[in-house]
Design a protein. Structure first.
Length: 724
């Protein structure tokens, strides 16, 4: 992550002149009396909002009117803010005391992009903010809203086929928070400008850094590191390569690669990185930005929109007087951000008020973001082939307060907000993939025993049986494909978005006083989960789940290795608790936190969690885990996972077809007889979920109509292609 802007340019871009005037006006000066000058605390919070009149639209979505809400408008711009580094609410930020400050105000400045979609007539909206925590600068609400979404939603199609949020009158808000987006020149990516941290004497801070590099193509010739290197001498760094995760890395000679810029490396002779091989770079990085300021910026912007009428220079708040409720919606990386946001106490604003009334976390699991550390790498994500050595998964994992006897700490993500009375209502929803590749069970279990913990009153947890990390690979009646990408099988066919829409409504009702659906997760206590087992490669972050313990069937042409993430306790050095990684990557301690995965039925489908119609009335075995294909670095023993992918293993169409290859799972004919049998089974499953408030009526209708469509299997490794 290259920092190219000078500090003077940064201050000028933040409008420091007006900020300085504000601060100086508040200073207590004694004139020429010789008495000491008593300085007031720096002005902090949002100081200026600038609306971009060129990219904003008075009417957007092509003029589409949404039910009784009417038309929507688009407001884009930049918001400026600053922090008092001595405020207790900011002091939790690692390196805030070392952040570059405006010399006139002594405050720490930042600026960020914002993007708002709101009803033209605010009185017709529902006065609630849907705040999507952006994912690496991008908007991912599209699947949830049944739309293409995009980073600049503008057309009627961008609003979605059901315009789920617009028809309810939500105001949609996004803002920058992730410092890793700063070098992306795309104007539709949401950026934040963050100050660097400098040593107390003003010198450059350095520290060991680590990069995990995999390219699933044969053409990539360069790689950009998160931070600048302190030296472009390759003799002071190390680059290694290996084909499989369990191979011993080979050191590439210092003459075999080079720094082509302060934050870019390339192999000698213009060679491409070998497809799907694992490269790892260790070097000394320089000039970290203060990443967790992004959390404070989110806090202050949402508080401004909800509570203020104008900024410090008189520009009106575009949502002034309208906001009665603020709910966060997050997918993947942003869900991990919100785990940290609540844990670090940022749901209390600078006046002691609650910022978010509710938090909707989708596929974050028990992990954080590793944002509150020097040289944070917020774009990294750990799975069972990648990034195990980063600082994403450290205690605490749960919202319940627990004691970790390994580290001697007692903590929970709810501790700070409980003390301030500002905890939001939280729904954590995660897929089978989080169980297998991110040790997701740690969200709901004790870090020492692996047994269930009592969830706090403000938290509900739901796992989605058989789902992968994200949406289904295809419509829910199609489980085949002509290409599986890097995976050995087609992805899971369990589509989670219908459930997510129902739970979103449930969260809104919960904020209004109606109890939500009960939590539903795998449980060692209840016999619906089985522990991961460390083994020969546990120091790599992977272990296995025995097939017999899980209950997974032996399916022809399907490899079962039981590959699962093992949650290591890493040693990051003596200053880790202060947010400094003296040792990076972390050192092996041979200590592990227990984690578990859901048990499965005779078809291999998850037993616990929320079983959607694709699992209750299945046409395939759907799993949250997957293995890599041989062409993409998949080893025959199944020790290379396919990251976020799940898999869908089609059932045979007939008994004769399954008998021919020895498949123990019943065929479609045996299960349903004909199409009407499947329609009846899916209808019953969908209506049962509707009764539990886990599906909405419109989505029930879609399930029923989709069940009547032909099942098309294309290029299944087990059964080839057929239509049933």
């Amino acid at each position: 992550m290259k920092q190219v802007r000078s500090w003077g340019f940064f201050l000028k871009s933040l409008g420091i002149a007006s900020a300085a005037a504000l601060a100086l006006a508040g200073c207590g000066s004694s004139g020429d009396t010789g008495n000491p000058v008593v300085l007031a605390a720096p002005v902090q919070g949002i100081t200026k909002i600038v609306i971009n009149t060129v990219t904003s639209e008075a009417v957007t979505f092509g003029g589409t009117s949404f039910g009784s809400v009417g038309q929507y408008q688009k407001i884009r711009g930049t918001v400026f803010g600053q922090l008092d580094p001595n405020d207790a609410r900011n002091a939790v930020i690692a390196d805030i005391a070392l952040a570059q400050k405006d010399p006139a105000t002594r405050a720490v400045p930042y600026s960020m992009d914002f993007f708002i979609l709101k009803p033209v007539d605010s009185s017709k909206g529902n006065h609630k903010i849907f705040y999507e925590v952006n994912n690496r600068g991008s908007k991912l609400f599209g699947g949830f809203n049944q739309s293409s979404g995009g980073n600049n939603p503008t057309t009627a199609a961008d609003a979605g086929s059901n315009a789920f949020l617009m028809n309810q009158g939500y105001t949609l808000v996004w803002s920058g928070w992730d410092g890793a987006t700063a070098s992306n020149a795309n104007a539709d990516i949401l950026h934040i400008n963050l100050p660097l941290a400098k040593a107390a004497d003003g010198s450059v801070l350095t520290a060991p850094s680590y990069e995990y590099i995999v390219n699933d193509n044969a053409t990539t010739k360069s790689f950009q590191t998160y931070y600048n290197t302190a030296s472009t001498d390759t003799g002071q760094a190390q680059l290694t390569m290996r084909n499989y995760l369990t191979d011993t890395p080979t050191v590439i000679p210092s003459s075999g690669w080079s720094w082509t810029s302060a934050n870019t490396i390339a192999l000698a002779g213009g060679a491409a990185f070998q497809q799907s091989w694992i490269y790892e770079l260790k070097f000394t990085a320089a000039d970290p930005y203060v990443a967790a300021i992004g959390l404070a910026a989110t806090r202050d912007f949402l508080s401004f929109l909800r509570n203020e009428s104008k900024d410090s220079v008189g520009t009106a708040n575009p949502l002034a007087g309208d906001v009665k409720r603020v709910v966060a919606w997050s997918l993947s990386q942003p869900a991990r951000m919100m785990n940290d946001y609540v844990w670090l106490g940022f749901n209390q604003d600078l006046s002691g008020r609650k910022v978010f009334d509710g938090v909707f976390n989708w596929i974050g699991g028990g992990n954080g973001l590793g944002i509150n550390y020097r040289f944070a790498q917020t774009g990294r994500t750990e799975r069972n082939r990648q990034n195990h050595l980063n600082v994403e998964a450290v205690f605490p994992f749960s919202y319940t307060t627990t004691t970790d006897s390994i580290t001697g700490k007692t903590d929970g993500r709810n501790v700070r907000c409980s003390a301030s009375g500002t905890c939001p209502l939280i729904m954590n929803i995660f897929s089978g993939n989080e169980y297998w590749v991110k040790a997701g069970s740690t969200l709901t279990t004790d870090p020492i025993t692996g047994k269930d913990v009592v969830e706090p009153a403000n938290v509900r947890n739901y796992s989605v049986a058989g789902a992968q990390h994200g949406g289904a690979s295809a419509p829910n009646t199609v489980v085949g494909a002509t290409s599986f990408g890097a995976c050995a099988q087609v992805g899971s066919g369990v589509e989670s978005n219908p459930l997510l829409r129902a739970l979103w409504v449930g969260l809104d009702q919960w904020i209004g006083g109606t109890a939500p659906p009960a939590s539903a997760v795998a449980s060692i206590d209840n016999g619906t989960a089985v522990f991961a087992v460390p083994g020969a490669f546990s120091m790599l972050g992977i272990g296995a789940v025995p097939q017999a313990s899980l209950g997974y069937p032996t399916i022809p042409k399907v490899t079962y290795s039981g590959l699962v993430t093992v949650r290591n306790v890493w040693d990051f050095g003596p200053a880790f608790s202060a947010g400094v990684l003296n040792t990076f990557p972390g050192m092996v301690t041979n200590k592990f936190y227990p984690n578990s995965v859901p048990k499965v039925d005779i078809d291999g489908n998850d037993i616990p969690g929320i079983r959607l119609p694709e699992v209750v009335a299945p046409i395939a075995t759907n799993s949250g885990w997957a293995l890599r294909a041989a062409a993409f670095g998949g080893k025959a023993d199944g020790t290379d996972g396919c990251e976020s992918g799940g898999q869908s293993i089609a059932f045979a169409p007939t008994k004769a077809a399954r008998d021919a290859i020895g498949d123990p799972r019943l065929s479609l004919d045996e299960r349903y007889g004909n199409r009407a049998g499947l329609v009846a089974a899916r209808t019953a499953a969908a209506n049962a979920l509707l009764a539990r408030r886990l599906l909405l009526p419109a989505d029930v209708s879609t399930y029923i109509s989709n069940a009547a469509l032909p099942i098309t299997i294309v290029a299944s490794p087990t059964y080839g292609s057929y239509i049933w």
